[in-house]
Design a protein around this ligand. Structure first.
Ligand SMILES: *[C@@H]1O[C@H](CO)[C@@H](O)[C@H](O)[C@H]1NC(C)=O
Ligand SMILES: *[C@@H]1O[C@H](CO)[C@@H](O)[C@H](O)[C@H]1NC(C)=O
Ligand SMILES: *[C@@H]1O[C@H](CO)[C@@H](O)[C@H](O)[C@H]1NC(C)=O
Ligand SMILES: *[C@@H]1O[C@H](CO)[C@@H](O)[C@H](O)[C@H]1NC(C)=O
Ligand SMILES: *[C@@H]1O[C@H](CO)[C@@H](O)[C@H](O)[C@H]1NC(C)=O
Length: 565
């Protein structure tokens, strides 16, 4: 169904009479004050990542990288595991390799950065930059090299992955030299200025079995790697610590204390440089059985927000680093992109983008609450070449069909300038969302930005439960616009009928081999769509009023722009 004039421009129609509101809707008042700048607009939703590095140079991977590099003016970054893993470069689920480090028969290092270059070149040629992860342990350096590779399936026990790559090195000197050679190679190949614009970090989630060594051994691994990066490029941007589960008890705080106050294992001097702080935050979805036998997914946004709240609180307690950029370098609804279970049934449709909106904007609000400096929330999802359509993995596209979730990133990518005050009567307050999630009333939240003569108002409608719920009847009153007169209003939308390739695929009968016509339609449905053509709106006294209905789990982005005469 294509709706052409779905929103009312009610400049002269200020009140929606009570009788005209259908019983099945709930009224929400949103007030935007474009004069009240609250903060620079932070483009946090421009970081992505995946366990599997090698798909980056596969055809569908390159196509998706091109989408990611085109989200808007802000720079996109990509983080991946397995950049130093030994193997032939053939990807598998949760697996990948580059063979960057081997040893000859005399135990001398042999470096080969061919496959890493292929990966990074795929990023760079698509306007994406590395958030480069130094890991995992090459087979020739692992203290327990066998078994090394593994075969993961969507229903494998997660622990199957912890093989030889997860162990400490046989020699920290060789480890340090490998890192030095790699960074030096990057500087020679891409230039100082380019490499200065990347992020460098060490390993992944060292507080869980991704690291099969002691905490002190991990500090040693980290200190040697960081010292090597700085030896190769003193201006490189380095940080960490990629901790699983927010602060993970005392892990994040202990690590900060080590880096700030203890002697570096590598240099023997007090402290290590630290340019940004990173940790991971994951939600906890459930599948709720119902007596009719259908059941539904119940998202767990509170778990993710608690990770963020707790980690920000630890970081804020260290005055020396309180202002450092923070990257929530995996910020997802659940913990396993390559696993498929009933509770992960949120990934194809509207629940994923609406969850991401509700949680990412709260990451910004939690940053304000703690007086810290969040710069990124990383979506750990990419794509797998040659898998079925809409197979249930946490991916952004399927057979080059973009899934609805990426249209959240496209919407946010259009915003910019400064964040301005925006208050929604339907937004669940931050404290409630952190402690109990969005389990009672649905959440109609707002984020607004002003960039010159361009105002953006982003609105989402979210609930943890994937159940039918009333539309929100939204009235946005805007004041304080720095211009008057005739303007253009574009209304971008993600819902059942817009920007939703999955809904179309279901209507087509879920074809596993779509016809060329079906495929072309799916591809087009993956694009970010508007509700009809842009319309005219008149700004008087810096004011405007806009009303529209927003279904549950839908997203709207209103962009009002001065028309240049
Ligand atoms: C380096 O690795 C690439 C890709 O695996 C391979 O084709 C090439 O032969 C290797 N170079 C050397 C000198 O071994
Ligand atoms: C860590 O290493 C020990 C000793 O090699 C091994 O027994 C254990 O299973 C490993 N832990 C994991 C999670 O793989
Ligand atoms: C829900 O039902 C499924 C299928 O009958 C069953 O496997 C699962 O254990 C049930 N879950 C809960 C939480 O009861
Ligand atoms: C600006 O917005 C903030 C956040 O809503 C609010 O606390 C503050 O009072 C507002 N300032 C003015 C001058 O309206
Ligand atoms: C603009 O809106 C504000 C607050 O909503 C109101 O006080 C003011 O009178 C409006 N101005 C005009 C010209 O309508």
């Amino acid at each position: 169904m294509i709706i052409s004039h779905c929103y009312l421009l009610s400049i002269l129609m200020h009140s929606v009479s009570a009788t005209s509101v259908r019983a099945s809707t709930k009224s929400v008042a949103i007030n935007v004050n474009a004069q009240n700048v609250t903060a620079p607009f932070t483009h946090i939703a421009r970081f992505f990542g995946a366990d599997e590095p090698n798909y980056a140079y596969f055809p569908q991977g390159k196509s998706l990288l091109s989408d990611l590099g085109n989200l808007g003016p802000a720079q996109t970054y990509f983080r991946t595991h397995n950049l130093l893993t030994t193997g032939d470069g053939i990807p598998g689920l949760k697996w990948g390799s580059t063979n960057a480090y081997t040893e000859d028969e005399n135990g001398n290092p042999v470096y080969n950065f061919t496959i890493i270059d292929r990966i990074f070149e795929s990023y760079i040629e698509n306007n994406v930059k590395p958030y480069a992860q130094i890991g995992f342990m090459p087979e020739a350096l692992s203290t327990h090299p066998h078994p090394y590779s593994f075969n993961f399936t969507p229903s494998s026990p997660y622990n199957n992955i912890y093989t030889g790559w997860s162990y400490p090195p046989t020699s920290y000197q060789k480890w340090a030299e490998l890192v030095y050679q790699w960074v030096t190679h990057c500087v020679e190949k891409y230039g100082t200025e380019e490499v200065n614009s990347w992020y460098w970090e060490v390993w992944n989630e060292p507080n869980i079995p991704y690291w099969n060594g002691t905490t002190q051994e991990f500090y040693m691994l980290y200190d040697y790697a960081i010292a090597s990066v700085k030896r190769a490029l003193p201006s490189a941007r380095i940080g960490g610590f990629e901790v699983a589960g927010g602060p993970a008890g005392t892990y994040l705080g202990d690590f900060l204390n080590h880096v700030l106050n203890e002697n570096s294992y590598a240099t023997g001097k007090k402290g290590s440089p630290l340019d940004f702080v990173s940790f991971h935050a994951k939600g906890a979805p459930n599948f709720i059985n119902t007596t009719d036998g259908n059941g539904y997914v119940q998202m767990g946004i509170a778990a993710q927000l608690q990770n963020i709240d707790d980690a920000f609180s630890v970081i804020a307690s260290y005055p020396q680093i309180r202002d450092k950029p923070i990257i929530i370098s995996e910020c997802d609804p659940d913990g396993c992109a390559a696993c498929i279970t009933p509770q992960y049934g949120y990934r194809n449709g509207l629940l994923y983008p609406s969850f991401t909106a509700a949680s990412f904007v709260r990451a910004l609000d939690l940053s304000v609450k703690h007086g810290v400096n969040v710069q990124g929330a990383l979506t750990w999802a990419f794509e797998y070449d040659n898998f079925p359509y809409f197979d249930g993995f946490r991916v952004l596209s399927t057979n080059e069909i973009v899934k609805p979730v990426l249209n959240f990133h496209r919407m946010i990518g259009k915003m910019g300038g400064n964040r301005v005050e925006a208050i929604s009567s339907g937004q669940v307050d931050l404290g409630t969302a952190v402690t109990s999630g969005i389990r009672d009333a649905a959440d109609v939240g707002v984020l607004s930005s002003l960039d010159g003569d361009r105002l953006s108002v982003f609105v989402w409608h979210y609930h943890d439960n994937d159940l039918p719920m009333p539309d929100a009847d939204i009235k946005i009153e805007i004041k304080g616009l720095p211009w008057n007169g005739e303007s253009e209003l574009a209304h971008y939308r993600v819902d059942d009928d817009h920007s939703n390739s999955y809904a179309l695929w279901l209507k087509q009968g879920s074809p596993e081999n779509p016809s060329p016509e079906q495929y072309a339609a799916l591809k087009a449905a993956g694009d970010l769509a508007t509700m009809g053509a842009p319309s005219k709106i008149s700004i008087t006294g810096g004011n405007a009023t806009i009303s529209f209905k927003l279904p549950i789990r839908a997203l709207s982005l209103l962009v009002i722009e001065k028309i240049c005469q």
